[in-house]
Design a protein around this ligand. Structure first.
Ligand code: PMV
Length: 325
């Protein structure tokens, strides 16, 4: 067996990861909580081939650019090292959603790559170890390994910083309606953003309060308490963007349309719909709502001229092997 295909979903964080205590190992400054996004996925096939003299990456049907290939090669080096693999690989990967536009494509990409590369080598590992390995490629990828609502533990060592399911996917039927404002690739990727987070005076305060917010969001999910959930999720997103805007160099991911949508979401909530917003490192607005209110939220957002597209996802499964040979 030397070929395997894996599928992984991106995730949206309710308590954000921004900044590392160790950049090389991607050990985060704070723990985070997310939900996987069903319907959106990366599918990746890895074939280990001892006859190759370098790794070859095809992304969305095209030969990958140098930077993307380098990052994948570095990640495969970690996997080769861990499993004593002496071969290069052919990797083909595709997303069924826009890449690099605030829908964490690196999370699903590195989760799928990790799971496919391990399975193609004929090895099996615990979910916990798969999560730590995925984390080395992209921090948030650790959260795309387990299913449902996921917590990623901040820790001082590689082995202890992993993600696990906090609540199963059917615990609470939340829907993410992603209002896509721009599909353009973001100018500053999150790896550079994590590195500059500490240049903001606000980062230490954000990190100091993260554990408390994480407890509050987990309690709100446990009790399916939307008002409490909405308050902490919007606050945590605002805090991360405040850090981004006050870093050196400053990072402004919000566009005018992002702000207009945030105001619209707050208004919809004041009008009685159970919806709140959160934004990752991009301008698109993730409108998180209770499934019963999703239709009404969708209709309200469809009528706005500022959105290019609406992408709808429910709570998704963890990374899975879909074939191996
Ligand atoms: O995994 P990375 O390095 O792409 O970082 C993701 C950071 C955010 O998406 C902005 C926040 C998060 O917790 O997902």
């Amino acid at each position: 067996m030397n070929t395997a295909t894996a599928r992984a979903h991106p995730n949206i964080a309710f308590i954000k990861y921004w900044g590392n205590r160790d950049h090389e190992l991607r050990l985060p400054s704070n723990s985070s909580v997310s939900m996987n996004l069903s319907g959106l996925f990366t599918e990746t096939t890895v074939t280990w081939d001892p006859a190759l003299n370098h790794d070859r990456l095809t992304m969305n049907g095209m030969e990958a650019q140098h930077d993307a290939t380098n990052r994948v090669v570095r990640h495969l080096d970690a996997i080769r090292n861990r499993f004593n693999i002496h071969a290069h690989a052919i990797i083909t990967t595709q997303n069924n959603f826009p890449t690099g536009a605030g829908i964490a494509s690196s999370a699903s990409a590195f989760a799928a790559l990790t799971v496919a590369a391990i399975a193609a080598s004929g090895q099996t590992v615990s979910e916990r170890e798969a999560s730590t390995l995925a984390r080395l490629g992209s921090g948030s990828a650790s959260r795309s390994i387990p299913s449902g609502y996921v917590e990623w533990h901040a820790a001082d060592t590689h082995e202890d910083s992993f993600a696990e399911t906090a609540f199963p996917l059917d615990h609470w039927h939340l829907t993410d309606i992603i209002a896509v404002i721009s599909k353009a690739h973001k100018a500053t990727g999150s790896t550079d953003g994590h590195a500059s987070a500490k240049t903001s005076d606000l980062q230490a305060a954000r990190v100091a309060g993260a554990e408390e917010r994480l407890k509050r969001v987990k309690a709100a999910i446990a009790q399916r308490d939307f008002p409490s959930f909405a308050t902490v999720v919007e606050h945590d997103s605002n805090l991360m963007h405040a850090v981004m805007m006050t870093s050196q160099p400053p990072l402004f991911y919000w566009l005018p349309a992002s702000l207009a949508l945030m105001a619209r979401v707050r208004q919809l909530r004041a009008d009685g719909l159970r919806v709140c917003y959160t934004l990752d490192a991009g301008p698109n607005v993730h409108c998180i709502c209770v499934r019963d209110d999703a239709k009404a939220v969708r209709q309200a957002l469809e009528n706005l001229s500022i959105t290019e597209d609406l992408i709808v996802a429910e709570v998704g499964e963890g990374a899975q092997i879909i074939s191996s040979a």
